[in-house]
Design a protein around this ligand. Structure first.
Ligand SMILES: [Zn+2]
Length: 80
């Protein structure tokens, strides 16, 4: 968790999935260019965040973190 300063994993889990991408500041600006509002940046076509990961604007490690948190949050929601 060394590269997510300012909040713990627990904080993330208390947020909604919709808020997750706003915690990744570099995602937020890019997300405005995504084709779909509420884009999860996982499987949507024309996703600017994934494009940025592909071209190196966003570090692949950051994106992996994002996906990891997203999956964990989804798991939690399903369980309760
Ligand atoms: Zn997106």
């Amino acid at each position: 968790m060394a590269d997510t300063p300012g909040f713990s994993q627990l904080d993330f889990l208390e947020l909604g999935v919709e808020q997750l991408s706003t915690c990744f500041r570099e995602f937020r600006e890019l997300a405005e260019g995504c084709k779909f509002r509420g884009c999860t940046h996982l499987h949507e076509p024309n996703c600017k965040v994934r494009q940025a990961v592909d071209d190196g604007t966003i570090a692949a490690g950051r994106y992996e973190h994002y996906v990891q948190f997203y999956e964990e949050m989804k798991d939690k929601k399903r369980r309760y």
